[in-house]
Design a protein around this ligand. Sequence first.
Ligand code: FAD
Length: 458
Amino acid sequence: MKYDCVIIGAGLSGLAAGIRLARAGKKVCICERHAIIGGMNSYYMREGLLLETGLHAMTNFAPQSAPGSHPLPHLLHELDISYEELAPRPQKFSLISFPGVSLHFDNNFSTFKADIAKHFPRQKDGFDKLTEVLKNYKDIRIQHKFHSARKVISHFINDPLLEDMILCPLMFYGSTTEDDMDFTQFTVMFKAIYEQGLFRPAQGIKGLLDLLRNKFTSNGGELRLSTNIIKMETAECAVTGVHTATGEFIEAKSVLSSAGAPETSEMCRGAFKSEPGSLAFIEVLVIPRSEPDFSAMPTVTFFCRDRGFGYSAPQRPADLTSGVICFPDNFVFSEDDYIPPRMVRTTVLANPHHWFKLPFAEYQQAKSEITNKIINVTEEVTGLNELTSTAAMIDCFTPKTIERFTGRINRALFGSPEMGRTGQTSIKNLYLCGTDQGFLGITGSLFSGISIAELNLL
Ligand SMILES: Cc1cc2nc3c(=O)[nH]c(=O)nc-3n(C[C@H](O)[C@H](O)[C@H](O)COP(=O)(O)OP(=O)(O)OC[C@H]3O[C@@H](n4cnc5c(N)ncnc54)[C@H](O)[C@@H]3O)c2cc1C
């Protein structure tokens, strides 16, 4: 049984690539080492509740009337999913909260523009000019060199506080670079978050994953769960197939890996060089028993509690000076939607090395301590001051949890800072998609799977 393509990983990028290839008539098989699909964006059951591992919000909201050239309708078209099937539910509003000043944004760009004009009147013209430059910038470039976003922004905006405030959400949702961003990535994320906005699929991440799985298998794709690929077979600089942990050899004309660049290189005895990323995160979620009511809270708050915003791997176990707080049930839902349990999720930057070197008992203790500290920060930023005492359930994902789920070296959420946008490797029929190809987040990884499949395999 020889496949046109074996895809490693049934995360969002692997599933999207699988759908694109299967729809084009290719004989394709996705191998996923877990018993469940979704990778970083999956779900689990705890105390009878269905909980999502990684969904604050999706980016690139579009109303149903948006033209087909808009990123979301374009993506849905490629995946053969209708707007009604996804049913995007918009955010209420989000906040960028820094000491002494907060900016609001929602899915109408004029809200953000008006708030910038109100709080930073001298920067209004510069912000308008920056927006104009971004509008005309061709952001999807396969070949390009890193270009500092901070440098470009400072041509238009000369207040460092506003520069940091604009960058904070874009970095947390889509930068592998410490304290700066690649300008192309900045443009992509600016449009995706500020101009288009945030949403949730009406049926949550499970609903989205069910749709993707059905589109893949109904187009003839084969999905093998609990199939861990441990090694690739190569001959004359080409892959001939993959070996599973149970000793099976699966023959393939080409292999597309979403497991990460360094992780994939390890599967073929270090055939190409790739540095693992350094940015890792800790996330704490609190589900209250009944009170307090979250419905008036912003959908997402991007906060900084310090003068000067830093986005880098901390020396300490976690960086509590900035982060993201999300209320996943605060979207504009309709009657038959899956509305997640009322909860607050807080994400901060973490030092992965600290978490990995701890022996089990100390790890448990450190996890419980950091959970309490993150809850205290959440209370301080949101003004909700009884989160611990009213909690029915508290959960915490450390870099160790993320590695267990995804196998990512260094537990880097957004993968390697050296992005190979073409997805090509030094092995001629081995390609990479997903996080290490450079399109980040849920929408980005779906686009990554489609574009790498189209560029290299069709
Ligand atoms: C806690 C958390 C919160 C997040 N929140 C958001 C959010 O709100 N919005 C947003 O846009 N993004 C969010 N993200 C980021 C988003 O989830 C990722 O960018 C995206 O899911 C990456 O998809 P991927 O396909 O590139 O990689 P992955 O999801 O890592 O998929 C790779 C898959 O490959 C499998 N695999 C790895 N090695 C092997 C092997 N050897 N054999 C077989 N299978 C293998 C893994 O098990 C995994 O299923 C969040 C991530 C996390 C962890």
